[in-house]
Design a protein around this ligand. Structure first.
Ligand SMILES: *[C@@H]1O[C@H](CO)[C@@H](O)[C@H](O)[C@H]1NC(C)=O
Length: 337
């Protein structure tokens, strides 16, 4: 089946999730003071990069403030202010304020600059013109460009309670993925037959090639278990990561785990985290047909050009041998520096 057919089938078949429907502009009245952004007011950047979220005034009222807020889907009701400007000076607020600035490229420019993007900066931002009479706002969505990877405990399948999944992602240089990130990962080829936690406490798994052992012959799509009990239910995790400041490189073995760690150390590096390897695979097209130790004790290798003698699977991906006996002197080392 070709990709177009899969996507067509899928549009009508993946399970409903509250995360999918995001009205971009609830207000429909014509704006007087602010310039309407394009329908898809979306800005994207990778971790560490700088972005500008556009907000341009059409008309300047005599007295006004511009308030930028991040709309947090996870904390509905609380107002997460980033910056407030009165046209002359501005004041930053909260953890985002530390990295925020107003662009002020011209007198009508109220665009927000965010520097050194972090994994959790993605989401919707509101630029609000407050003049006490007719307040109005526009929404801009910031997307962090990255990669989603499934992560399983070294103790086996379905071992993580929610907070443990969150911790596991953090330990691999990631965060729990959002539904939209998982969805995007699926459109980019992610097919995974184990269910994992997402950031909102829901549990899903992405299937491109339906098979009886993975929830039956339903159409391709994101399979949903809905919201689960964060304390008592146990699953794997879907983590999200993006660009890293360092680079990954391979040293040929054969090494045991501790020899691999030592080999990296000799090069002024450390064994790479799973997130580092996925980032290199995604952003540097890293391809290495050799299993190597990672810091968590798993053995993996990244493939961007699938070929028969490298695992035989038809899709690009980071392959895993799982967690192996650390004394096995069989593999190389993936280092990060
Ligand atoms: C990003 O912004 C910071 C702070 O404003 C600046 O120091 C840095 O040079 C910028 N980086 C790039 C790549 O533009």
């Amino acid at each position: 089946m070709n990709c177009a057919a899969i996507l067509l089938l899928t549009a009508s078949c993946f399970t409903w999730s509250p995360a999918i429907y995001i009205p971009n502009r609830p207000e429909s009245k014509k704006l007087k003071y602010l310039i309407e952004p394009p329908v898809y007011a979306e800005v994207s950047g990778r971790r560490g990069e700088n972005v500008t979220l556009p907000c341009i005034l059409r008309t300047k009222p005599n007295h006004y403030k511009v308030k930028w807020t991040k709309l947090e889907p996870e904390h509905r009701g609380t107002e997460n202010i980033v910056i407030i400007s009165n046209g002359h000076t501005f004041k930053p607020y909260g953890y985002l304020g530390l990295r925020a600035n107003l662009r002020k490229a011209h007198v009508m420019d109220a665009s927000l600059q965010l520097s050194h993007l972090e994994l959790e900066d993605g989401g919707r931002y509101r630029c609000e013109l407050v003049n006490g009479i007719e307040d109005e706002s526009v929404l801009v969505t910031l997307t962090i460009e990255g990669v989603v990877f499934p992560y399983q405990s070294k103790n086996g399948r379905y071992q993580f309670a929610f907070h443990e999944a969150k911790q596991a992602c953090a330990e691999q240089d990631g965060t729990l993925a959002s539904f939209n990130q998982l969805y995007r990962g699926w459109t980019e080829g992610l097919d995974w037959c184990n269910a994992g936690w997402l950031r909102d406490g829901s549990v899903h798994y992405p299937i491109l090639r339906p098979r009886p052992t993975c929830g039956g012959e339903l159409l391709p799509g994101i399979r949903s278990y809905g919201l689960k009990d964060k304390n008592h239910d146990r699953f794997d995790a879907f983590c999200f990561t993006s660009l890293t400041p360092g680079t990954v490189f391979y040293i040929a073995g054969p090494f045991s785990y501790s020899q691999a760690a030592q080999a990296c150390k000799h090069k002024g590096a450390e064994l790479a985290l799973v997130g580092h390897l996925y980032s290199a695979w995604r952003f540097q097209n890293y391809d290495q047909c050799d299993g190597g130790w990672l810091r968590d004790g798993s053995v993996r290798y990244p493939i961007t050009t699938p070929r028969e003698r490298c695992g035989g699977m038809p899709e690009p991906g980071v392959r895993s041998f799982g967690f192996l006996d650390k004394s096995l002197q069989l593999y190389g080392a993936y280092c990060y520096r």
